[in-house]
Design a protein around this ligand. Structure first.
Ligand code: G4P
Length: 283
């Protein structure tokens, strides 16, 4: 399956981020826990050189818990601070605060050595579209906290949200583009719904999804649709039958079944899945 991307305003977004990064100490990078590598853009490592780094594995409510732990260990082994969250709930707030302080320990100590006390850590949220950046900002910041407003000269035109006395967050997230050079990335992002469906062939997508689930989560489709799992095509046909997906004349409608499977996968109704693992990225 071929995926294409039309960068359009990407250069502008990147330039904006380069500007904003100058104002901050810490990047809070959101990734989708179902596909943590494909939902990153490695450019962020370059853009965020010399900044403290925290990865939030978001949408953990939809991901495989055990695999989320594996990914969390993996990112930590690469030197990132990591917290697993569901950005729609404020559950991990304390942990996020703690990790922010740990990630910025050096900066805080440097400030103290220079006699600067209580200067808040400044952070920005970043990530590719649809990973939950706005949801995170709304849940963790806007509802509970007050905006600090513009500070002329220093943060011209920028709004900062005070999370507490030690942390301020830029209210606009940094937007990164997915890395589409690798077709695996395109497939993973299409599966989680990060690429517009009108650019996709849902029949093919469903076939790819079924193959992945049969391989990585045998039994999941059988349980959900009360079918026998065989190969991908037979499985799709069995789902069409089991859910009575039919065209007007009464014959089975496989495209309808394809849409159903993809939608139920995205919403977590088939189960909680993680569709890529760190070892698949080690060449
Ligand atoms: P973005 O700013 O990074 O582009 O992402 P945004 O916050 O708009 O979130 C994209 C979608 O992901 C939204 O759903 C949002 O509700 C959902 N979402 C964000 N965090 C989580 C999470 O931890 N778990 C789950 N299950 N979903 C999450 P939407 O359908 O596009 O919008 P809405 O109908 O929920 O408003």
């Amino acid at each position: 399956m071929q995926f294409q991307w039309y960068p359009g305003h990407m250069t502008k977004a990147k330039r904006q981020m380069q500007e904003d990064i100058k104002l901050i100490d810490l990047i809070i990078e959101l990734v989708d826990a179902r596909t943590p590598m494909s939902s990153r853009n490695p450019d962020i490592d370059d853009l965020g050189r010399n900044k403290a780094r925290l990865i939030l594995m978001n949408k953990t409510d939809l991901a495989d818990e055990k695999k989320t732990e594996v990914w969390s260990r993996y990112f930590k082994s690469k030197g990132y601070f990591v917290v697993c969250v569901d950005a729609r709930s404020r559950g991990g707030f304390q942990q996020i605060q703690n990790e922010i302080m740990k990630a910025c320990k050096e900066k805080i100590e440097r400030d103290l050595r220079r006699g600067i006390k209580n200067r808040p850590v400044r952070a920005m949220v970043a990530g590719i579209p649809n990973v939950g950046k706005s949801t995170f900002i709304n849940t963790y910041a806007k509802k509970a906290c007050t905006k600090t407003g513009n500070k002329p000269g220093v943060t011209k035109g920028k709004q900062w949200i005070r999370l507490n006395k030690s942390v301020e967050l830029l209210d606009t997230p940094g937007i990164l583009w997915p890395k589409f050079d690798d077709q695996r990335v395109g497939l993973c992002l299409a599966l989680i719904g990060s690429i517009k469906d009108d650019l996709l062939n849902t029949d093919e997508l469903a076939m790819e999804l079924i193959q992945i689930l049969l391989r990585k989560y045998p039994g999941a489709l059988a349980d959900r649709y009360h079918i026998e799992e065989t190969d991908a095509l037979q499985t799709l046909m069995a789902v069409a039958e089991s859910r009575n997906c039919r065209k007007k004349g009464g014959e089975l409608d496989y495209s309808k079944a394809a849409v159903l499977i993809v939608e139920e996968f995205r919403s977590g109704r088939i189960g909680r899945f993680t569709i890529e693992m760190p070892k698949e990225w080690e060449s």
